[in-house]
Design a protein around this ligand. Structure first.
Ligand SMILES: Cc1cc2nc3c(=O)[nH]c(=O)nc-3n(C[C@H](O)[C@H](O)[C@H](O)COP(=O)(O)OP(=O)(O)OC[C@H]3O[C@@H](n4cnc5c(N)ncnc54)[C@H](O)[C@@H]3O)c2cc1C
Length: 493
């Protein structure tokens, strides 16, 4: 049986590890069952944002009326927009060709499955199995796929998930009526996109609020904003049944608090109810790799699994399923795997930022206030609205406006940032300065020069003080983040 130095499964973040393998001139098997480039490029972050940006522009143009500027109604050129989107997704073919051309690695196109702890085979595209092979080291970057909730009749009448939407189910034009099942990040992004494009959107969420990972006040702002743009927001509601009615589809939902049901007529149903692990496809049970009860691979901070010489990273480890988190893990994994010391670098998940590209845009880093409160002890909190800074007012946000966004900052008693939350224009950009500040807390080895002077000094930082003490360009939106620090007060005092 052929034995490779390393086997890599998955061409999303797996590709980043492959680059290191090439430098090391190792023998390698590289396996991908679908489009090269993974979810982010072919059915996730990138194509979705190509749709989000025009949707943002439509909503901003509408908002401009408030500042005395009226645009004529936007004309959506769906074909042009789709063409731009597909041209990005199709980069996948170039990636595939470039991987095919690399000497010294064997590329398998199909679904990898373990046959033993260190052996596998691949169900190839022609439905035949490859020869079995062994690996001395495995890097599992096989991600996840959409979770489909058990809704009676759904499989019979058909539906779309992210994979189908960015594939054979991509619509020829925006639907007239769309039901989205799932009010998390992906569902809320799709709701924003299609409602801005003129679709009557209903979004169904089982939790009491949309985007339940966020501060409650951010969820409320989003829900109000959605409603004011004509989106039907059904929270505390569960999709029970789907059926056909003539050319339409129907979804029956039940309010889990009141028991009341209602049936919504639509042209399409988009499922955005979370993601499930791909470990079942890998037949992980043939190995000694431990998974949690949802099937995500358990990894330590060094990206190692419970089985020696098997590493896992990205969505498949179940932690913060974002592409930038996967990239961060890839650096750590590659360093530990190829640097001679498998535990030299560790991942720190306390400062993972993310954004939800809905309307308003939402950004998050660190803990929510509820999480901080549950830990006990005193903490500082402050909020600042966009309308309270000159640029926010210039952009059309007045005090008390229902769509006025805000920054919320939470810090410990030493002013160390514990969490930050933003809803409003450019939230994803604005939060980044706080992420950098949080990360100034790293300690590092101090090296001395010949005169015994330290070459490098690492501050024990992490507080918001540098932001409070810096000059901030006026009038820019960055003031809303900077000046939240002036109003920090003890929570509940
Ligand atoms: C609609 C949508 C929008 C998103 N937007 C954002 C965003 O704005 N920002 C952000 O950070 N994240 C976003 N994400 C999440 C992001 O796409 C993922 O976190 C990221 O792609 C994970 O990378 P990965 O390499 O771990 O997994 P993937 O990119 O999913 O790669 C795994 C690869 O493994 C392959 N594979 C799986 N099983 C096997 C097998 N047995 N054999 C061979 N190959 C296999 C799969 O085909 C896939 O190509 C979004 C996701 C979706 C669905």
């Amino acid at each position: 049986m052929k034995e490779y130095d390393i086997v890599i499964i998955g061409s999303g973040v797996g590709l980043s590890v492959l680059q290191k393998v090439l430098e090391k001139k190792m023998t390698c098997a590289f396996i991908e069952k679908s489009k090269f480039g993974g979810t982010c490029l072919t059915k996730g972050c990138i194509p979705s944002k190509i749709l989000v940006h025009p949707a943002d522009l439509i909503r901003e143009a509408e908002h401009a009326r408030k500042i005395g500027l009226t645009y004529s109604l936007p004309i959506l050129d769906w074909d042009a927009l789709s063409k731009r989107m597909w041209s990005k997704i199709d980069k996948s073919k170039e990636i595939e060709e470039s991987v095919d051309e690399i000497d010294g690695i064997d590329v398998f196109k199909g679904t990898a499955e373990f046959t033993g702890p260190y052996s596998m085979r691949v169900l190839l595209e022609d439905n035949n199995y490859s020869e079995e092979f062994k690996g001395r080291t495995f890097v599992i970057a096989a991600g996840g796929r959409s979770f489909i909730p058990p809704v009676e009749g759904l499989e019979d009448i058909g539906y779309l998930d992210a994979e189908a939407f960015f594939g054979s189910g991509f619509p020829g034009k925006p639907w007239d009526r769309l039901v989205i099942v799932g009010g998390g990040a992906i569902g809320s992004e799709f709701a924003h996109v299609f409602s801005a494009f003129g679709t009557k959107v209903t979004i169904v969420e089982m939790q009491p609020h949309l985007v339940s990972t966020e501060e409650e006040e951010i969820s409320l702002l989003l829900e109000n904003n959605f409603r004011s743009h004509g989106i039907d927001v059904l929270t505390n509601c569960k999709a029970l049944q789907a059926s056909r009615q003539g050319d339409s589809k129907t979804v029956t939902v039940q309010n889990i608090k009141t028991g009341k049901t209602e049936t919504i007529l639509c042209d399409e149903i988009l499922i955005a109810s979370g993601i499930r692990s791909n470990t079942d496809l890998l037949k992980i049970e043939k190995t000694n790799i431990q998974t949690d009860k949802k099937g995500w691979i358990i990894t330590d901070a060094h990206m190692q699994t419970s089985q020696k010489d098997v590493w896992a990273l990205g969505d498949i480890n179940g932690k913060y399923q974002f592409r930038h988190k996967a990239n961060y893990e890839a650096q750590i994994c590659a360093h530990n795997l190829f640097g001679g010391n498998p535990t030299e670098q560790s991942a720190d998940y306390t400062k993972v930022p993310w954004a939800i590209f809905t309307f308003p845009q939402i950004a998050h880093v660190g803990l929510t206030e509820a999480e901080v409160r549950s830990k006990g002890g005193r903490y500082l909190v402050g909020t600042k609205s966009f309308s309270s800074v000159a640029k926010g007012y210039a952009m059309g946000y007045d005090d008390g406006d229902p769509d006025d966004g805000f920054v919320k900052l939470i810090a410990d008693e030493n002013m160390r940032i514990l969490g930050a939350h933003i809803a409003g224009p450019h939230a994803a950009i604005l939060i980044q300065s706080l992420v950098y500040l949080m990360n100034t807390g790293f300690t590092c080895k101090i090296e001395y020069d010949a005169a015994h002077k330290p070459k490098q000094i690492c501050n024990d930082g992490g507080t918001y003080v540098p932001m409070n003490q810096s000059m901030v360009i006026h009038p820019a939106l960055s003031e809303v983040v900077a000046w939240v620090t002036n109003g920090m007060h003890w929570a509940n005092e």
